[in-house]
Design a protein around this ligand. Structure first.
Ligand SMILES: [Zn+2]
Ligand SMILES: [Zn+2]
Length: 382
């Protein structure tokens, strides 16, 4: 099995890379020692960043990278690798080639998310070199105007004279949505928008997401099933936000199992900082609460064990989709800001159009432009 500890340290066999006698890890086709495994993970990540011009010469120390942290294994492993990378740079030359701003989005009021305050404090103490920010999900409404009010009124969750506080407005919207899948979908869309806006406001030039190969494979199939196939290049590949910031997925060549192993064997271990890798997903209490994302996550967790190449193939295939340059005349979706015509025409055509009335209702509901096919499906309560 890939990424497994085979024995106690010191009683392993010869490492395939450095020939030391204490290889106790089975990683894909190689038997590795812990030092070489740590190097294997960090090299894969740093190579990806280098290819995108994030690391490299010390020419622009003001280059700021935003790292959205979920307190799961992937984003913590990413923070750990980049922190070590910057520490080595500083020791060698007294300078660093970029800085890191860590962002945690508190969405505990809107979706299932475990208690995270004490874990966040531990992360801050462990990584004191970097800036940290915590924002609540409803803050997205200060910067963005997703068509909440229109949707709420269309669903009679809000009458014209009623004014709700910012968190209550978002809660009302989410509870007006037709299914747990729609709620999780819209929470993820708003989270993505908040990250993009935050990065722009704080002068970050890059956003580095911690998604592993496994997570990207889950997303590829889940987004396709939700009618967002046309938006895949923006949701799973290196691309640009609608604000023109670079989005990177530097962990796309690493399996989740390998990252679980990584956080366990770093010294000191990162385990005390973990909250739960699935903090962003609603944990279903019954089958009617199951989401498409949750199903995909369960599926790939089992496939990854014995058939890691299937997981990698899904990501490699979707990685070939290139995000088209946004044309100045393309119409951004009122909810997700991705171009409407790409997501809507292709998918509505293949999967059968929604009834005109509900589509029109969503367009009217948005009040600030039409919605793409994926967003229309998520907010459609007809
Ligand atoms: Zn070795
Ligand atoms: Zn949309």
């Amino acid at each position: 099995m890939p990424g497994t500890i085979l024995s106690e340290p010191g009683v392993g066999t010869v490492c395939a890379r450095c020939s030391s006698a204490d290889a106790d890890l089975d990683v894909r086709t190689e038997r590795l020692c812990r030092v070489c495994f740590i190097k294997y993970v960090s090299t894969k990540i740093l190579k990806r960043l280098e290819a995108k011009g994030v690391r490299g010469a010390y020419d622009d120390a003001s280059k700021k990278l935003l790292l959205p942290l979920s307190l799961g294994v992937s984003s913590l492993a990413l923070l750990h690798v980049l922190d070590r990378h910057l520490q080595v740079q500083r020791q060698k030359s007294g300078r660093v080639s970029y800085s890191i701003h860590v962002l945690f989005i508190d969405q505990s009021a809107f979706s299932f998310q475990r208690e995270s305050e004490s874990a966040l404090e531990r992360v801050r103490l462990r990584f004191p070199m970097h800036s940290f920010s915590v924002v609540t999900l409803d803050e997205v409404l200060d910067y963005e105007s997703p068509p909440l009010e229109g949707i709420l009124m269309a669903n009679q969750a809000l009458d014209k004279n009623c004014t709700l506080s910012r968190p209550d407005k978002l809660k009302a919207l989410l509870s007006a949505l037709p299914s747990p899948t729609s709620r999780l979908d819209i929470v993820n869309i708003l989270r993505g928008r908040l990250i993009a806006v935050f990065a722009e406001i704080h002068g970050c030039s890059f956003i580095a997401f911690g998604d592993s190969t496994t997570r990207l494979a889950e997303r590829t199939l889940a987004e396709t099933a939700k009618g967002r196939g046309g938006s895949l290049p923006w949701l799973t590949s290196d691309s640009m936000t609608s604000e023109g910031l670079k989005i990177n997925y530097p962990m796309r060549d690493l399996l989740k199992r390998e990252l679980i192993l990584y956080v366990t064997i770093t010294e000191p271990s990162l385990e005390p900082l973990l909250v739960d890798d699935d903090v962003l997903d609603n944990v279903p209490v019954s089958s009617k609460d199951t989401t498409i994302d949750g199903l995909m996550s369960q599926y790939f967790a089992s496939v990854e064990q014995n058939y890691p190449s299937i997981v990698a193939n899904v990501v490699r295939t979707s990685g070939k989709l290139v995000a088209p340059t946004l044309r100045s005349d393309s119409i951004p979706c009122g909810m997700c800001r991705l171009p409407v015509e790409l997501a809507s025409k292709a998918w509505a055509g293949d999967q059968g159009s929604l009834p005109t009335s509900s589509l029109e209702q969503s367009k009217e509901a948005s009040g600030n432009g039409p919605l793409c096919y994926g967003c229309t499906r998520s907010v459609d309560t007809a």
